[in-house]
Design a protein around this ligand. Structure first.
Ligand code: SAM
Length: 215
């Protein structure tokens, strides 16, 4: 029997996002449009709208829909921001940001994942610039960024990312903690004032790099 992905997507938005408090209309509308099933491995397509992360190979994951929505909502996007993502993974988070209208730059350290995400995003007509490398160094060439989203867990907030964040209400969201459990930290930058807010617990794969964990 053919799976009705559109219906599964609508149910995921209702039950996993709206019921848990996601309110931003741009975020909700992007989640209703982006076909998550295209970003998960072929063998896991039927689970694409389940309430949890899924394996994408190379020991990495596509994050739980609710966490992607919560992090995206915390960025308070109008849809015209330049956004840097660290940890392209499947490309799903990039697609959500691009669907909202953002100018998206994404860095992934594993070449195979970066290439796969690039191909899917292109097929779906999302214009996302992808670089293979260590995202803890940011992407200096295109800085400053209005928003930065880190989708892997860091031991502390990389200095490079703070310095590449815009001083005009720049927002950075990042999981910070140990290798297994973290807190989602929202950083707001106004001139040289840095405010940090804890949005609660989460679990991400480690951010590996110069300002992250060792391999
Ligand atoms: N945002 C992704 C998505 O929508 O599918 C999920 C990302 S997954 C939870 C974390 C990703 O961060 C992995 O693909 C991992 O290879 C990548 N990663 C870890 N350390 C990195 C680093 N220093 N620079 C860039 N990517 C990194």
């Amino acid at each position: 029997m053919e799976i009705n992905f559109e219906e599964l997507r609508r149910q995921m938005v209702e039950q996993q996002l709206i019921k848990r408090g996601i309110r931003d209309k741009k975020v909700i509308s992007a989640f209703l449009k982006v076909p998550r099933e295209k970003f998960v491995p072929e063998s896991l397509k039927e689970y694409a709208y389940e309430d949890g992360p899924l394996s994408i190979g190379e020991g990495q994951t596509i994050s739980q829909p609710y966490i992607v929505a919560l992090m995206t909502e915390s960025l308070k996007l109008n849809g015209n921001e330049k956004v840097l993502e660290i940890g392209t993974g499947s490309g799903y988070q990039s697609a959500i940001l691009a669907e909202i209208g953002c100018d998206v730059y994404s860095v992934e350290r594993i070449e195979k994942l970066a290439k796969r995400a690039e191909k899917i995003l292109k097929e779906l007509n999302y214009n996302v610039k992808i670089k293979i490398g260590d995202g803890t160094l940011g992407w200096e060439e295109y800085s400053p960024f209005d928003r930065i989203i880190v989708t892997a867990a860091a031991p502390s907030i990389p200095e490079n990312l703070i310095s590449q964040l815009s001083e005009k209400d720049g927002r950075l969201i990042i999981p910070v903690g140990d290798r297994f459990i973290q807190d989602l930290i929202l950083v707001i930058k106004r001139q040289d004032i840095i405010e940090k807010l804890n949005l609660g617990g989460c679990q991400f794969v480690p951010l590996i790099g110069k300002e992250g964990w060792k391999e």
